[in-house]
Design a protein around this ligand. Sequence first.
Ligand SMILES: *Cc1c(COP(=O)(O)O)cnc(C)c1O
Length: 799
Amino acid sequence: MFSNKEEFKMVFLRRLEMMYGKRFEESTVRDQYHTLGNMVREYISQDWIRTNERSRAKSSKQVYYLSIEFLLGRLLGSNLLNLGIRDVVEKGLKELGIDLEEIEESEADAGLGNGGLGRLAACFLDSLASLNLPGHGCGIRYKHGLFDQKIVDGYQVELPEQWLRHGNVWEVRKEDLAIEVNFWGRVEVSNEGGRLVFRHTDSEKVTAVPYDMPVIGYGTKTVNTLRLWSAEPSKTFPKHKSVMQYKRETEAISEFLYPDDAHDEGKILRLKQQYFLVAASVGSIVRAHRRQYGNLSNLHKHVAIHVNDTHPVLAIPELMRVLLDEEGMSWEDAWEITTNTVSYTNHTTLSEALEKWPIHIFQPLLPRIYMIVEEINERFCRGLWNKYPGEWKRIEDMAIIAHGLVKMAHLAVVGSYRVNGVAKLHSEILKKREMKQFYEVFPQKFNNKTNGITHRRWLLKANPQLASLITEAIGARWIQRPETLLDLTSYASDRSFQRALAKVKQQRKAILAKRIYEQTGIAVDESSIFDVQVKRLHAYKRQLLNVLHIMYLYNRLKEDSSFSIYPRTFIFGAKASPGYYYAKRIIKLINSLAEKVNHDPQTNEQLKVIFLENYRVSLAEDIFPAADISEQISTASKEASGTGNMKFMMNGAITIGTMDGANIEIFEEVGKENIFIFGLTAEEVLNYYQNGGYRSHEYYHHDRRIKQVVDQLVNGFFPDAHDHFEPIYDSLLMQNDEYFVLRDFADYAETQEKISEVYQDREKWMEMSAINIAHSGHFSSDRTIQEYANEIWDIHSLI
Ligand SMILES: *Cc1c(COP(=O)(O)O)cnc(C)c1O
């Protein structure tokens, strides 16, 4: 039905009339979207079935990627592209007077994640399928994804997101594959013929119903599965609760995504979500394995379970429970299988983000799982005692359970066979500092897998203009072998290529400018430098440094009539966790600054500040292609990897950044001539933390520019904010500027000045841009996933 446009049109019209009982002329965009989505699903259904059959027939090892977040974004456009039918569909629809883009935009943006971690999971699914690897996602089908952000009077307001309001064409509900998950209750222990038997009784049951979504590879017949679990009341109602209360509590488990990407939310519901995901996923994995192999003794030979951060780490005790209590294995055998099945990715070293659960919450909710974690802990500590006799302190520090808390990262390291960080620096910090003591005990477990992004969504789909230009120059093989983008290097100094590249960037800036105008009513100068910082709002990401620098530029323009700058448009996009009050104040600060700067006729031809509300995947796809400058200015050592940095680079933006996370690897790829690095190094930062020696007051008193902008936070410069920015002022001076904003200010300002200068040498700039694109292939998630496949999971292409 997609082989030629005539056939497509015929099927489309027939299907539309059948589905909606109305004539095409009366159909809405949403009707058209659903019709097209259903056609695509039907089109791939045979390949979906065959992918499963093929891997079963080959007894190939499969990986299950467990993640509490999948930040998918819209799927129609990328599915059409991956299937190679976008052109036929676009042309066919056009002849019917329909704009495909309009249909694509009517799709809800599936935002089942907060930011980088969830988007990584989505990029990984795309790469797994595109590389024909047998790998599936397991997550939660939240009824509401990450909140919708509105900006009202400069403040963030959160609204519930409603991606399922009009249904989800991509999912298939599979009620027959539901799994029962047990909470609460007690554990009965009995001795049956010399063997201890554990029974979890009086539990409250929740039914986990899977919704399967196809994950379609690019240019292949591989269709993997993303299985999202929905929580529903079980047929066995608890006796001690009203039906209403039970129903409400059950459905709450898959109702909301926690809108927090770094702080440990100490909520019982969150622990429920985590165990729900894990019990349902492990349950369906072992069911499929038993069906094919009869028992679980060879599970680790055919299954790898990967836990994305610590949220799904209860997969370790849950798998132990299945092997011990359901299979009747010995502890030793169960442990051998479990610790050869589960691998773990660490995403952060921020101490506030390391999950720790109070025993008084954990134990009653998951009594059997708690017993198993206790046993794992005891055996682990006994082993430590043998290795380090008498070293109480060390054992206390490393224990999985200590001081009334269960430490999920410790459980993850002890119970998995591989532990990886997400960029070289991050993995080194794990080994040398954060997890030093674990590295001493398990050196063979630790490894690095630098993050990546799918170049199919972030270049081919998001920036078709650039993709065409690249293909004209070097052919289309980069789409399946992104490392061959390196062929562009020979075009970097080619004048006509540079001109064409500049033209593409200009087109993309015009598209974003239009969107900015529609959203904010502000007309930006399309020939100005688009300087962009889009990411979650966090103190360590230092949006504040960017803001203080803009304030300085504004002050200078106001005070010194001989001073001028090359026109700049500073663009921000960021959501703050609803309970993260400091971050919300920074959002207000950006908006207050925008208000001031954009309406000042003395400066607003040279300076504009834009805050784009509701930053999300679909908006990001319009932002990255339009950026000239990528702001990656986290306090060194704090950003584990970053992936936004890679999306910018791939779209030809030049990075201004610290030597942090994957910025370091971008620097290594493009060379110091093609990136703007500034600020403290990770080592310097960590030294300051360890030995002291930083006094933010000194930078405040000795740099007039700094004093002025910091004072302006509280002296009425922002008339609409009253004392709203006092906590920001205090963080910089009273709390000694934990993130070294003032320390890095001068270097940042100087580097920005240099950027303005280099930008005006258009040939040089476009050459830099081309070199960045050429080296971005290394940051394709295809490279990352191939490394996971080879070095951690031991899985192989099905073709
Ligand atoms: C890539 C991406 C992120 C991660 O950005 P970082 O700059 O790496 O923090 C967050 N949100 C969305 C919508 C993204 O696409």
